[in-house]
Design a protein around this ligand. Structure first.
Ligand SMILES: NC(=O)c1ccc[n+]([C@@H]2O[C@H](COP(=O)([O-])OP(=O)(O)OC[C@H]3O[C@@H](n4cnc5c(N)ncnc54)[C@H](O)[C@@H]3O)[C@@H](O)[C@H]2O)c1
Length: 362
């Protein structure tokens, strides 16, 4: 029987899910059951529209639901969908706390819940994991993007701490999740975090973090949204690099990148009989780390006044080099003579991850 799939949150990033739904519907894989959004969105001819997900669930009874609403709304909608008997493709970050994670996991019993970390379905990640040593002493993630001032006015929840925005927990969530996937079974014992903001926002737009486990292995992330030079997103082990947004890999000892194309789509995988690529359990450490980031003291302010050449706000000069330096050395900005840096916030992590469900290499 063809699965009937609904989408909650049909604007914003939901537009990309609409394209996937139409593509899979055209190939007979699924039937689009309904769209739901609180706001006005472009209608889809022949697809019922609802402004309330409870009413949609009661009227349509979908087999599966994609949830693409702001992060702080995920849990309530997900619990309602599971109660209505639907499987889920839940956008990242899936939930905001480990308590929510546990609650959702319990409610999901017997249902399939996939989390929207689509880069975990890439052939490039599989090849990269096979090429680098398991148990590496340092796995790191670096990225530098430009987001103009208007980015923080894109949605009511933009730049808000309580809504779970922030450079590493939202736009660079994939970088953190990819690094954790490469570090494979890594359980952080200590988090050292330097959060900075170059804008008038509650949360951070430049984040530097070092996680250390009880054996001294480290996972480091260094990301910025105030860079004039673009660093797409790099996972590094030694001199090997996975550029996760583009599925390009630089093998150990090589100087050039090779593209490894091919991704298993998360929705198709959810609807199949195959094991899930990103089951909710696999995101537990991500959620533990993200919760600790969001619960940390407010970010330090970096005063910047160098305008972006295209306008739209100021940039932090040299931050592209800094994120790569932090990723390569594992040293945080405050350990590298950066004038605006402040000492890291330290969080013991042992307790929050001791019951982690590990996802081992196949
Ligand atoms: N996987 C990815 O690469 C990726 C990329 C971008 C965003 N995201 C994630 O997708 C989610 C949505 O992000 P966005 O940027 O599209 O946000 P957005 O605010 O631009 O859009 C969210 C949509 O959900 C609707 N909405 C909000 N609350 C609702 C509710 N209770 N019921 C029904 N509709 C509701 C809004 O009206 C809006 O149309 C977030 O979790 C975000 O992190 C994932």
């Amino acid at each position: 029987m063809t699965a009937r799939v609904a989408l909650v949150g049909a604007g914003g990033h939901g537009l990309s899910h609409r394209r996937t739904l139409k593509d899979l519907a055209g190939r007979g894989v699924l039937e689009i059951a309904a769209f739901c959004d609180r706001g006005p969105v472009e209608p889809e001819p022949g697809v019922p529209f609802f402004d309330d997900h409870q009413k949609m669930l009661a009227d349509v009874r979908p087999d599966a639901v994609i949830i693409c609403t702001p992060p702080h709304t995920h849990l309530g909608i997900a619990l309602d969908c599971l109660s209505a008997g639907a499987d889920l493709l839940l956008e990242k970050p899936p939930v905001t706390t480990l308590a929510e994670h546990a609650r959702l996991l319990e409610a999901a019993s017997g249902r399939r819940v996939q989390v929207g970390f689509q880069a975990l379905g890439s052939a490039a990640l599989t090849a990269f994991r096979a090429a680098v040593p398991s148990g590496a002493a340092l796995v790191s993630a670096a990225g530098a993007w430009w987001r103009p001032d208007t980015y923080y006015r894109r949605a009511p929840w933009a730049g808000k701490q309580a809504a779970f925005d922030g450079a590493l927990v939202n736009p660079f969530a994939h970088a953190l999740m990819q690094a954790l996937a490469v570090a494979d079974g890594f359980e952080p014992a200590l988090m050292e975090l330097e959060r900075y903001r170059t804008r008038d926002i509650q949360t951070d737009d430049c984040t530097f973090m070092r996680l250390t486990d009880s054996d001294g292995r480290r996972v480091v992330a260094a990301v910025s949204l105030a860079s004039v030079v673009f660093v797409a997103g790099e996972i590094r082990v030694g001199d090997a690099v996975l550029e996760y947004p583009t599925d390009r890999v630089r093998w150990p000892g090589a100087s050039l990148y090779t593209e490894i194309s091919g991704r298993i789509g998360l929705l198709g995988n959810l609807l199949s009989d195959e094991p899930l690529i990103v089951p909710l359990e696999r995101t537990r450490t991500f959620t533990a780390v993200a919760e600790a980031i969001v619960a940390s003291p407010p970010p330090a302010t970096i005063h910047i006044d160098t305008p972006h050449p295209d306008g739209g706000g100021a940039i932090l000069p040299g931050v592209d080099e800094l994120v790569r330096q932090v990723a390569a050395t594992g040293l945080l900005p405050s350990e590298s003579d950066i004038p605006w840096a402040v000492p890291p916030h330290r969080v013991p992590m042992k307790e929050v991850t001791h019951a982690q469900t590990e996802h081992r290499r196949p």
